[in-house]
Design a protein around this ligand. Structure first.
Ligand SMILES: C[S@@+](CC[C@H](N)C(=O)[O-])C[C@H]1O[C@@H](n2cnc3c(N)ncnc32)[C@H](O)[C@@H]1O
Length: 215
């Protein structure tokens, strides 16, 4: 069971796709895991339950910070919870595994929300405002041999993520793909996305992809 303060992202298809990929990774007492964009902390709790010795959760939202803290305690798992912008709070540290389900939904406007639950999904007009920063920042916080598991929609450029990570020396594979129906956010943006040519006419589902990048 997970608790969730109002305004915190509820675990859903993308979360579960990442949980599935996380369960394929072997973790032990020496494993250092970073959950970037932690939300409810579900991925942190999952990594700790899988045996990771040191789990750090980062989220920019105060409510997500509090929710992750509560969920870690409810599940009697040790998770260091830090509030801040992407890898900024862990600068200088190194991790064996980074898991991330960032905001990746193309929005009407380029600017990112500073508060509210829309901060969980709105990611600029191309959906890449946070993804691009993750692809730049994460290689610097991974140990050699360390792994990034990143989930995103095909609507926000899988190849761009792949290319950016490969340019930084990582080996990238797609480890899972799942087609899911548009939720309320994308359903409300269908006309806008069709006008931009991001989706086809009548399209009502998106592909979620989990990338595995090894340093
Ligand atoms: C899609 S939710 C994912 C939540 C959870 N990891 C899951 O899979 O269910 C994205 C989260 O990213 C957080 N976030 C957005 N921008 C961020 C940033 N610049 N730095 C850290 N967290 C951020 C939001 O507050 C939100 O909790």
């Amino acid at each position: 069971m997970l608790v969730r303060l109002p305004g915190v992202y509820p675990a859903q298809h993308d979360t579960w796709a990442l949980v599935g990929a996380l369960k394929q990774v072997t973790l032990g007492p020496d494993s250092r895991v970073l959950d970037l964009c932690a939300g409810s902390g579900v991925l942190s709790v999952c990594a700790a339950k899988q045996g990771a010795g040191r789990v750090t959760a980062v989220d920019v939202s105060r409510r997500a910070f509090a929710t992750t803290w509560i969920n870690a305690r409810l599940h009697r798992r040790s998770v260091r919870v830090v509030r801040g912008d992407l890898t900024e709070p862990v600068r200088g540290e190194r991790f064996d595994l980074v898991v991330s389900n960032p905001p990746y939904v193309p929005a009407e406007a380029a600017g990112l929300p500073h508060s509210g639950i829309a901060r969980s999904w709105n990611a600029g007009t191309d959906g890449r405002a946070v993804l691009d920063r993750i692809c730049v920042q994460v290689p610097d916080v991974l140990n050699a041999g360390g792994v990034l598991l990143l989930v995103q929609s095909a609507l926000s450029g899988i190849e761009k993520s792949q290319t950016m990570l490969e340019e930084r020396g990582l080996r990238v594979d797609v480890v899972s793909r799942v087609e899911v129906p548009f939720g309320p956010v994308l359903a409300a943006r269908r006309d806008m996305l069709a006008q931009r040519g991001v989706i086809g006419p009548g399209q009502r589902s998106e592909e979620l992809v989990v990338l595995r990048a090894v340093k």
